[in-house]
Design a protein around this ligand. Structure first.
Ligand code: C5P
Length: 364
């Protein structure tokens, strides 16, 4: 028999995984659009500022959730007692342990922006699935997990799939022009369809997504270990850990990303929020929401399950594109191809260009 708390956990698990699938599908499309749509006379927003704003949004949301948890678990306490409880639960002797994952996640988030600025949305999404492999490898190394022969075979297949996407020949000269997912989204926001004047460096994008996958595997396993070792998987511990994580992320995001790396660009480009529009804010909100959902998934499910749920979003993205834009998918080499409509509702799969070695102008 299943106890009520186990039932609740399993529905929390299912809900968080479902939310992750939806959030991931939306994020990749919106983020890709935010980096690749023409900006006209406006400067393109600087990704270092977005990384910082995401952490500030997550910090505020986690603080609110922690405060709510504290109030509900101490209903008769005065506001000053609640503040004391909060202070002591956030500033614990072992909160410094979050410094390393915070720095790594900040780097990972920056690499994701670089990758998505230089690769097609589909190529990015498929290649980023390498994090399933890195997560399993780090789970074996750091958590002592074992995996079956069948699971190894699955991972080998996954690696081949990613390699196939990378090795597919390219023909047309621009990633964003060929990726019609984002073209379609662009056309929702702009009246005339103009070719994006943004150049891409596929090699840089590939290096960034491989780096992000490595960091993702290492960091989420380390974080899972911290979460499950020290506090157990209660909801309050998740939000406290996330307050600490976002707090420590703010320092590298601000001092290394915004001030050191992009300080001069910010003053030349017209300020911190230059180029921000509704799409950029949507990207930021979706990314912040994603961080919170990932935190719940790590606590209630585990990292490997979380990553498989995220990879389902590739299918959901395709299905969403079909529903929103009235297109039918074919399976023909879907991994590396954008899709476009030619003649009514027929979908023609068109080659994406992500791997062209000739594109050496940096996008980011
Ligand atoms: O792709 P992956 O699942 O590794 O993504 C992790 C993302 O979730 C990062 O953007 C990280 O900042 C965020 N995260 C978070 N809080 C956690 C764990 C991860 O915001 N507790």
């Amino acid at each position: 028999t299943t106890s009520p708390s186990r039932q609740w956990l399993s529905s929390a698990q299912r809900l968080s995984l479902l939310l992750l699938v939806l959030q991931n599908s939306a994020l990749v499309m919106v983020m890709h659009h935010s980096r690749n749509s023409p900006t006209g006379s406006q400067p393109r927003y600087l990704t270092s500022t977005a990384v910082l704003v995401v952490e500030l949004v997550k910090l505020s949301a986690s603080l609110l959730l922690t405060t709510y948890d504290t109030i509900t678990s101490h209903p008769s306490s005065s506001p000053s007692k609640i503040a004391q409880h909060l202070y002591h639960s956030i500033l614990t002797p072992d909160s410094w342990k979050l410094i390393v994952p915070a720095a790594l996640y900040t780097l990972q988030n920056s690499l994701v922006y670089t990758a998505i600025s230089n690769l097609g949305a589909v190529t990015f999404q498929v290649t980023y699935q390498l994090k399933i492999l890195t997560t399993v490898l780090f789970s074996i190394i750091l958590l002592g997990r074992t995996i079956s022969v069948r699971q190894w075979l699955g991972l080998i297949l996954l690696t081949f799939g990613v390699a196939l996407v990378q090795l597919s020949p390219a023909s047309t000269p621009d990633v964003a022009a060929a990726n019609s997912w984002t073209e379609k989204i662009t056309s929702l926001f702009t009246s005339a369809s103009q070719p994006p004047a943004i150049h891409h460096n596929a090699l840089k994008g590939l290096a960034a997504v491989v780096g992000a996958s490595l960091i993702s595997g290492l960091t989420c396993v380390y974080f899972e270990k911290l979460l499950k070792d020290s506090l157990g998987s209660t909801s309050s511990s998740i939000w406290i850990k996330n307050v600490q994580l976002s707090f420590f992320s703010i320092f590298p995001a601000l001092f290394i990303g915004v001030i050191w790396y992009d300080g001069a660009n910010i003053s030349q480009n017209g300020g911190f929020f230059a180029g921000y529009n509704a799409v950029v804010w949507s990207t930021i909100c979706l990314q912040a929401l994603g961080g919170l959902i990932v935190a719940v998934c790590i606590a209630y499910a585990d990292n490997v399950v979380k990553n498989f749920a995220a990879s389902l979003s590739i299918v959901v993205s395709y299905a969403g594109t079909a529903v929103v834009f009235g297109e039918r998918m074919t399976l023909h080499r879907a991994g590396n191809y954008g899709c476009s409509r030619r003649g009514g509702r027929n979908l023609v799969v068109q080659k994406s260009t992500v791997d062209s070695a000739s594109r050496d102008v940096a996008a980011d």
